[in-house]
Design a protein around this ligand. Structure first.
Ligand code: SAH
Length: 259
């Protein structure tokens, strides 16, 4: 019997943001193939006998290339195994989950997609920035700063049409991204935020006008993984920044029976 490949979103970093379905599948996994940005604590959900395969993915390098990852998922499933492909954020948001699903489909291997909490929404949320807000932003575009094979992406259509812009994979080319957005009509004075390591104890947030944020980020030595947010909603963070990485304990409030 062929096994199944589960493409599971691990969320942005905090293990508490894995879905219940994701946790349930990890508990029953024979094989877990995981990415660099996946919290190590999530691997503890897998049984001790599960095969754990690190699939790398630092910017511009990969421990295993995409073709080999696809082949591994298909091969293990054909051995009848329960294969969990654990991916940062959501598997279908700039995670190449679509390619892995296509490989399974082409091989006739059953697969399931378990959506995750994407950093495109979670990173702003952990900085107190709602990506939409009544009267302030009625649309949001999620774009990548880096296309296939590291090519530039045309940011203009998104920059011209969406109130809020969320740019992933921007850290390494922040100046070029900000310049492109300003050339596309975004004001140099528009509020912007860069959020690094969102939802973890290492979270850092930088806010500055779009025209200044690249220099400020360089000064602050903020690198990957970071998410750039551009738009009026960023101003809300001065009142809504709720997350204190130093104090954050991942414990839920105690449950007591109603009196
Ligand atoms: N599938 C993932 C995105 C993968 S691309 C998702 O849905 O979140 C990797 C990019 O995601 C990084 O370059 C960065 O822009 C963003 N990212 C991932 N984790 C992050 C984090 N904890 N804080 C801020 N940005 C993060």
């Amino acid at each position: 019997m062929t096994g199944t490949v589960y493409l599971v979103g691990a969320g942005p970093g905090d293990p508490g943001l894995l879905t219940l379905r994701g946790a349930e599948l990890l508990r029953g996994a024979d094989v877990v193939v995981y990415d660099r940005l996946v919290s190590g604590e999530l691997l503890d959900f897998a049984p001790p006998w599960a095969e754990l395969v690190y699939a790398g993915k630092a910017p511009a390098q990969a421990a295993i290339d995409q073709g080999s990852i696809n082949a591994l998922l298909v091969d293990r499933a054909r051995e009848g195994k329960v294969v969990v492909r654990l991916k940062g954020g959501d598997p279908f948001v700039f995670g190449r989950g679509g390619e892995e699903a296509l490989a399974c489909a082409a091989a006739g291997v059953p697969f399931e997609v378990v959506p995750g909490v994407t950093s495109a929404v979670a990173a702003p949320a952990f900085a107190g920035i709602p990506v939409t807000h009544r009267g302030i932003a009625a649309s949001v575009a999620v774009v990548t700063a880096s296309g296939a094979a590291g090519t530039d992406v045309d940011l203009e259509p998104a920059a011209r049409s969406a109130d809020t812009l969320v740019v992933l994979m921007a850290a390494g080319r922040l100046r070029a991204v900000c310049d492109a957005l300003m050339r596309s009509g975004r004001a140099t004075t528009e509020p912007a935020a860069l959020i690094q390591w969102a939802s973890t104890k290492n979270q850092r947030t930088l806010t500055a006008p779009l025209g200044d944020i690249a220099a400020a980020a360089q000064e602050a030595k903020m690198g990957a993984p970071a998410t750039l947010v551009v738009g009026k909603v960023v101003d809300l963070s001065s009142r809504l920044a709720w997350f204190d990485p130093g104090l954050y304990a991942r414990t839920a409030p105690a449950v007591s029976a109603p009196a």
